[in-house]
Design a binder for this molecule. Structure first.
Ligand SMILES: [Zn+2]
Length: 226
């Protein structure tokens, strides 16, 4: 199979409401933050892992579009990503299939999502100590007393922060046209849903701005989700 092209897509990820991408349960920070966000291990700067964007995009696309494919549905109803590994499956072609029996003509995952790093302006603010992370307390309301109990601190990247994000998309000979359109739809679905944790409680609203593919402007708001 011949690699015909590698497209390059870049843009700005804007945090619209506090973003919480957890660092994992084994990370306990000094000061008792039990729900810290993921940060660069050396600079401590927050970033958005490419895997978080890619994973969210895949799960939304699978439940929104690819569930119509019988083989994909078998995995999705078990709560798993599609693992059919067939070349006719957009989920497996775009995002990759973890399956030993996969069709070898499927080739590598077409989408390579990179980690999104702080934009230049926010990186400078961070380095000057002018970009504090938000600590939001979440409580459980006692059903009889009606008072808030068990406050737990949740660390979030504050609204208004911007990240530079980019990804590449491989086009192989014989690929179905329109595969990349699913990626744009996936980004639009994330805008309509949320990124990271606690999305149902107001976290993780994001916007993908200034999107361009090989320098050509892409307007996500006009992406057709039908
Ligand atoms: Zn599949």
């Amino acid at each position: 199979m011949r690699l015909e092209k590698i497209k390059h897509i870049n843009g700005t990820l804007l945090v619209v409401s506090g973003l919480h991408i957890g660092a994992g349960r084994d990370v306990i920070e000094i000061g008792g933050m039990d729900q810290p966000i993921i940060k660069h291990p050396i600079t401590r700067a927050p970033y958005v892992p490419g895997s978080s964007i890619k994973g969210k995009m895949r799960s939304l696309l699978e439940v929104y579009y690819f569930i119509n494919n019988e083989k994909t549905r078998e995995f999705v109803v078990q709560g798993k990503p599609c693992g059919c590994g067939e070349r006719s499956c957009p989920a497996c072609v775009i995002f990759g299939a973890a399956n030993d029996k996969k069709d070898i003509t499927i080739g590598p995952s077409r989408l390579m999502m990179r980690d999104a790093m702080l934009s230049k302006i926010d990186q400078e603010r961070f380095e000057k100590g002018e970009l504090p992370m938000e600590v939001k307390y979440e409580n459980i309301i006692h059903r009889v007393k009606g008072v808030a109990e068990h406050p737990r601190p949740l660390e979030r990247i504050p609204a208004g922060v911007t990240f530079d994000f980019n990804f590449s998309f491989k086009v192989f000979e014989g690929d179905e046209p329109g595969l990349l359109d699913y990626v744009y739809r996936g980004l639009r679905l994330i805008e309509l849903d949320a990124l990271g944790g606690c999305g149902s409680r107001g976290c993780g609203q994001v916007r993908f701005d200034n999107l361009a593919c090989d320098g050509q402007k892409i307007d996500l708001t006009s992406v057709n989700l039908d």
